[in-house]
Design a protein around this ligand. Structure first.
Ligand code: MLT
Length: 324
């Protein structure tokens, strides 16, 4: 069995090496794994990039949503996938924070991947269901402190940025709310719209249309400065949560051992997508900022991931919330 798997992997890599030597990669569709539910913010970024990359690569980039464990089911899946140039992974801050959050991760974020490129940075918004009693941030703070045992906070599980932001919000107010984990903030948003949960932090790539349609209550943005697409929204920092900042950043990865020529070609495809006017417009409309071209190298992504692991590790360990 082991021999057979080794042979299949070897043949896959040999075919990839041949395609690479002949300059023909990709010869079939390429999979881009998304670690959260379809329709959610990571999925929106992935599908927007994939549509453009399919054109520049001449092969379809198929988005595959692999759910579970705050993104870790997908990360582990990609880490163990053949390094043949046909599986890639898009993930956010969770790639760094999971290292501190999970005691028994089955992959190593710094050892099991090739780094392709950074992509976009996305602000988060603090929201509540439309009929939530608090009408502004001050009222929210007062209401949450007075009713903490009644309030549900939707998240996408440990490792998700919605959970990280929610944890920071609770810590800033000195409260513990009931966390309701979903397989992504796509389904969490549906629950917020349906009134089954009360509050949530989520990325503008999903929330801007709901905010503009008046379907949710907005209390602020999680960036240090205001966001162009939501000029009416104050930052949480300026409303009293001093230094509150969560910026969601996305990186594209491949399984360790993916040939360098393929990683470089994929890097070019991501960079081309980030310059595609259709992608630029969509990201702009959703509040996402395209990362400067000079930071879109594999080396810059690797350095950024390492810096984020070093940054968030102590914050998370101080929070004392871990999973196996
Ligand atoms: C998603 O795509 O569902 C989100 O990125 C999950 C999260 O990290 O909050």
């Amino acid at each position: 069995m082991q021999f057979k798997r080794t042979m299949i992997t070897f043949l896959g890599l040999a075919t990839a090496a041949l395609a690479q030597a002949q300059g023909t990669w990709p010869t079939k569709p390429v999979t881009l794994v998304v670690p959260f539910a379809a329709g959610g913010p990571t999925d929106v970024v992935a599908r927007t990039l994939a549509a453009s990359m399919s054109q520049s690569l001449g092969q379809t980039v198929v988005v595959e949503n692999k759910l579970g464990a705050g993104g870790n089911v997908a990360a582990n899946h990609v880490a163990k996938s053949p390094a043949d140039g046909y599986t890639f992974f898009i993930h956010h801050n969770g790639m760094a924070t999971s290292t501190a959050l999970y005691r028994k991760l089955q992959y190593d974020a710094m050892k099991d991947f090739e780094y392709v490129s950074q992509a976009v940075e996305v602000p988060m918004t603090l929201l509540a269901r439309k009929d939530f009693p608090a009408n502004n941030f001050n009222e929210l703070v007062t209401y949450v402190k007075a009713n903490k045992e009644k309030i549900n906070l939707a998240t996408a599980g440990l490792g998700a940025v919605s959970q990280l932001c929610g944890m920071m919000f609770q810590r800033a107010l000195g409260v513990q709310l009931t966390e309701v984990p979903f397989q992504g903030t796509g389904p969490a948003m549906n629950a917020l719209l349906g009134g089954q949960v009360d509050v949530m932090c989520d990325q503008t790539t999903q929330t801007v249309p709901q905010i503009k349609a008046g379907n949710v209550k907005l209390y602020g943005v999680t960036t240090k400065s205001r966001v162009k697409v939501l000029p009416q929204a104050p930052t949480l920092h300026e409303q009293g949560l001093k230094d509150f900042e969560v910026v969601v950043w996305h990186g594209v990865y491949a399984p360790k051992g993916t040939p360098k020529a393929i990683v470089d070609r994929m890097n070019m495809a991501v960079r081309a997508a980030l310059k595609d006017p259709a992608v630029v417009k969509r990201m702009d409309d959703l509040g996402a900022e395209i990362v400067e071209d000079r930071t879109n190298t594999p080396e810059a992504l690797q350095a950024h991931l390492k810096a984020e692991i070093d940054k968030w590790g102590p914050v998370i360990r101080a929070g004392g919330k871990f999973a196996d």
